[in-house]
Design a protein around this ligand. Structure first.
Ligand code: ATP
Ligand code: MG
Length: 379
């Protein structure tokens, strides 16, 4: 069937640098390498309603934000289909049938959902839709026959849930669905970028983010205020780099050229730190202040974000065209999922119009019934 890629984001806020390293860069790389047959990028507005039912405006407003972020990072609508989940109602049909293949206990074991319930304060007010969103994600993936899903590691339980649904479906109804695989970034620091506050995950819903669309000043301010090693009080103290978000960001974003560009002594031509290992070693043995490291991180982040910000600025002058990309993409996505839904309904046995066997068996049943009644009357 070839390689089909599906991935997406919830329009619950602008995209942040965690999205960039966790999934967006990977998509752009896959897109530009061209090693795929079809690529679908979903703006999961329907899923975003599951924890924003009282604030649909937030979801609506963020659709354009996510779309602008996509395009400014280099996603190209001539190479991939960018669509709105709510405009492909066939996905809800698939979700409905998959719901029968998953137990409540299994949903309750999902570690990402468990964590998200706590973040959202849903312990006693959990909407059923939110609880079941991993099933709808299985519909998103299988609805396109996707076999490749580039995601951050918080999504691994969703892809695993999808694989289980595929296996159960295929066992019950015959080989119908494609089993997908998650593709994580090669660089481990990018699997789950922590928040600027040191929390385990940068997340739109927590607000501990550096957004792709932040201005130069905002990015600088956030970096200068970042959480580091709380034990590193004086410059001369030895510091921890492990679990220290500033160093994790450097792992995720810095390239060797950044060190040469930033740390070369203009007079002697010597490079103070040639790579991240040297910078880390100095921090760990003491004598390197947080400020100096943060200033370097700011240099790296600005270098990464500047071209994205500039492209976004241009795209912001073409809002109607950006919406049109989403509408055109949604029509294409719908055409694709409709075919898969037909296949799924046929496999389950719900395509009545084409089911001559069913109609004939009912014809037969009633013919026999009438025949029996006739016989009885005659007796
Ligand atoms: P929300 O808080 O509304 O769930 P989010 O910030 O978690 O928003 P999503 O839209 O849920 O963002 O995630 C979209 C994609 O980005 C997923 O593939 C997810 O794994 C990835 N991603 C999100 N946050 C991070 C992060 N901090 N590090 C790496 N990848 C991430
Ligand atoms: Mg999320």
């Amino acid at each position: 069937m070839g390689n089909i890629i599906l991935t997406g984001d919830r329009p619950t806020g602008r995209l942040h640098v965690g999205h960039l390293v966790g999934s967006l860069s990977q998509r752009v790389k896959l897109q530009n390498e061209g090693q795929y047959d079809e690529m679908y990028i979903e703006i999961a507005d329907a899923q975003a309603t599951t924890d924003n039912s009282g604030n649909i405006q937030k979801v609506k407003d963020n659709i354009i934000e996510v779309a602008l972020d996509y395009l400014s990072c280099g996603l190209d609508p001539s190479k991939c289909v960018i669509f709105l989940q709510s405009q492909v109602p066939e996905l809800s049909d698939l979700t409905f049938y998959y719901m029968n293949l998953v137990t409540v206990a299994r949903l309750q074991r999902n570690p990402t959902v468990k964590q998200e319930i706590i973040y959202r304060g849903f312990q006693n007010t959990l909407p059923v839709g939110f609880m079941t969103y991993p099933i709808s994600q299985a519909a998103d993936i299988t609805g396109f026959d996707a076999n490749i899903v580039p995601v951050g590691d918080d999504q691994l339980p969703m892809v695993e849930q999808t694989r289980e649904i595929v296996r159960t479906f295929n066992r019950l109804y015959g080989d119908t669905l494609v089993e997908p695989e998650a593709v994580l970034p090669e660089n481990e620091a990018c699997h789950r970028l922590p928040g600027t506050d040191g929390q385990a995950k940068m997340s739109k819903s927590i607000g501990n983010c550096i957004y792709l669309a932040d201005s130069e000043e905002e990015v600088k301010k956030k970096i200068m205020g970042m959480f580091t090693d709380p034990g590193h009080l004086r410059v001369e103290d030895p510091g921890k780099t492990e679990g220290n978000p500033v160093f994790i960001y450097l792992e995720a974003f810095s390239e060797e050229r950044h060190f040469a560009e930033y740390f070369t002594n203009q007079e002697t031509g010597e490079i103070e730190y040639k790579n991240l290992d040297e910078l880390k070693a100095h921090y760990e043995r003491g004598g390197l202040g947080d400020m100096k490291v943060k200033k370097f991180l700011n240099y790296v982040m600005q270098d990464t974000l500047r071209p994205i910000r500039e492209r976004r600025h241009e795209l912001e002058k073409h809002i109607p065209e950006v919406y049109q990309i989403l509408f055109d993409g949604s029509a294409k996505a719908r055409a694709k999922v409709s075919k898969v839904l037909d296949r799924v309904k046929k496999a389950i046995g719900l395509d009545y119009e084409n089911d001559l066997e069913l109609i004939n068996s009912q014809v037969q049943k009633y013919a026999e019934l009438h025949e029996a009644q006739e016989q009885k009357k005659k007796r």
